[in-house]
Write a protein that binds this ligand. Structure first.
Ligand code: FES
Length: 139
């Protein structure tokens, strides 16, 4: 009996074998790298006008999340969660902290310090400087 005949007896096609093998073994480590060499100018009067409202945040394609905290200060941290399971960092208004969207018990102060729920790694932070309506994010 050939392999193909054996599999057809079981009612299992080759493609489903590949899929089931990948479910158990194809997981890959998520990128947790924090961007560096960042120097961005965000125009709060146009593209990033949502950042004029306290409690809002924007996720930038550069891999950074910028928040206008309820305390009236701007904060920026890396988007990729250092826990490494695909979480993205968001600003949570009620906590007034950054929080992972994958494991929501994991949060970080606005200074990027972990609460150690899932990871002890802190977030990389970026300096935010407001010049008129331009918010510079650097780090
Ligand atoms: S992926 Fe963020 S805490 Fe697990």
């Amino acid at each position: 009996m050939t392999r193909k005949e054996f599999l057809s007896l079981l009612g299992v096609g080759g493609a489903s074998l590949v899929v089931s093998a990948c479910i158990g073994g194809c997981s890959k480590a998520e990128n947790t790298t924090a961007p560096s060499g960042i120097d961005l100018n965000l125009d709060l009067n146009t593209t990033y006008s949502s950042l004029k409202t306290k409690g809002n945040f924007e996720t930038l394609k550069e891999g950074i999340v910028v928040a206008y905290g309820l305390d009236g200060k701007y904060y920026a941290v890396q988007v990729s969660c250092p826990h490494g399971e695909g979480g993205r960092i968001q600003y949570n208004q009620s906590l007034q902290k950054f929080r992972c969207d994958n494991h929501t018990e994991q949060n970080f102060t606005t200074e990027g310090v972990s609460n150690n729920a899932r990871t002890s790694s802190n977030l990389k932070t970026y300096t935010c400087t407001l010049n008129g309506s331009i918010l510079n994010v650097k780090g």
